[in-house]
Design a protein around this ligand. Structure first.
Ligand code: COA
Length: 148
């Protein structure tokens, strides 16, 4: 995948995002949840294009000097081609330019692909929440320190 581009998500992308989410993730969001992110002034909602096709997205919030990654999903047909790592690394670079000191996220304990990706990008576990998800799965809480 040579031709990659990360841009702001727009309303017209939401149906594609829902499809990617439905097929590519076990933690599905509703269409309304995505639409609310477009309206939220603290939210950054980015889509990743590869060869002119939307292949994934990331949503994160920044509040003062802390960021939270809410979700990152790569289309099933494009997984394991380093696209998730590319999207997360570019996002971390963007976040680091905004005076953010710490980045937080929650990830399902059984979600090995995502946990590995986060570890690879410098996140570390700092806590755990039992029965966090609807299906009873525990959540691993991870953080990455940027400054200080
Ligand atoms: C997590 C996710 C975004 C990774 O995207 P991806 O483009 O397939 O991942 P990449 O090809 O960039 O892989 C980067 C690293 O992630 C880890 N990884 C990715 N897929 C993996 C898998 N199936 N098993 C184990 N590790 C995996 C590896 O460490 C990998 O590095 P490596 O290729 O050198 O081994 C993708 O699996 C996904 O969309 N998952 C479903 C949605 C989700 O659960 N998101 C997280 C919400 S908290």
């Amino acid at each position: 995948m040579n031709n990659k581009l990360i841009v702001d998500c727009v309303k017209e992308n939401i149906d594609t995002i829902c499809e990617i989410d439905k097929t590519g993730s076990n933690y599905n969001w509703t269409k309304n949840m995505f639409l609310e992110e477009l309206e939220n002034k603290n939210s950054f909602f980015k889509v990743l294009y590869a060869d002119n096709k939307i292949v994934g997205y990331i949503i994160y919030h920044i509040i003062i000097d802390e960021a939270e990654i809410l979700n990152i999903v790569i289309d099933n047909n494009f997984k394991r081609q380093n696209l998730g790592k590319y999207l997360l690394e570019q996002t971390l670079e963007d976040i680091s330019k905004q005076n953010v000191k710490k980045i937080f996220l929650e990830v399902g304990e059984k979600n090995i692909p995502a946990i590995n990706l986060y570890l690879k990008c410098g996140f570390e576990q700092y806590n755990k929440r039992n029965n966090y998800y609807k299906n009873g799965e525990n959540a691993i809480l991870m953080k990455k320190q940027l400054i200080g």
